[in-house]
Design a binder for this molecule. Structure first.
Ligand code: GAR
Length: 196
């Protein structure tokens, strides 16, 4: 039986598409949830993936009904910018992944998304940045780290240039996380880049 993945989004959906376009994961994206009319929802519809636009993103029962209908084994937050309701975290404990565009525990927490993250990396003078896949709990960006991709910060980098470099790394890291989860039947720590 295939490993069934639901993906929650709020925006563009490039990580969602990277996941859909990575057949090596051995997983099927069976549902895309969004708290808003995001471009990612349209991309999912165009690919014939079931979608659910949340009427109330704080209503755990609404999430759980949609997740149950989809038969999802795993929930992936791919650019989902709100907190997941605690009842959903409890029901899917250990089965929710988030991708964050920095090397957690640095540059995470409430309000840290998009260009703000990359601006903070540059302001801190960090020599490297990257992306992190971690388990989701009740607090933003706090759950156990499962894997990270590292990229250099280049002299003269702008937040936009760094964001593009990190995003390219995210598009490899997230499929690697889901590949490992599908193979183990649950999210597990994984090596990145994968051993040759
Ligand atoms: C990604 O960079 C993801 O890491 C980030 O939002 C972007 C979504 O892009 N998530 C966060 O900042 C969460 N704190 P996408 O919609 O093109 O996948």
């Amino acid at each position: 039986m295939s490993y069934r993945v639901a993906v929650a989004v709020s925006g563009r959906g490039s990580n969602l598409l990277a996941l859909c376009d990575a057949p090596e994961t051995g997983a099927d994206v069976v549902l895309v949830l969004s708290d808003r009319e995001a471009a990612a929802l349209d991309a999912a519809r165009q690919r014939g993936i079931a979608t659910h636009r949340l009427r109330d993103h704080q209503d755990g029962a609404e999430w759980l009904a949609a997740l149950e209908r989809s038969g999802a084994d795993l929930l992936v937050l791919a650019g989902y910018l709100k907190l997941v309701p605690p009842t959903v975290v409890a029901a899917f404990r250990g089965r929710i992944l988030n991708i964050h565009p920095a090397l957690l525990p640095r540059h995470g927490g409430a309000g840290m998304y998009g260009e703000r993250v990359h601006a903070a990396v540059l302001a801190a003078g960090d020599a490297e940045s990257g992306a992190t896949v971690h388990l989701v709990d009740e607090v933003y960006d706090r759950g156990a780290i499962l894997g990270q991709a590292r990229v250099p910060v280049m002299p003269g980098d702008t937040a936009a240039a760094l964001a593009a470099r990190v995003l390219a790394a995210e598009h490899r890291l997230l499929p690697a996380a889901v590949t490992a989860a599908a193979a183990a039947g649950r999210p597990v720590p994984f090596e990145f880049p994968p051993a040759a």
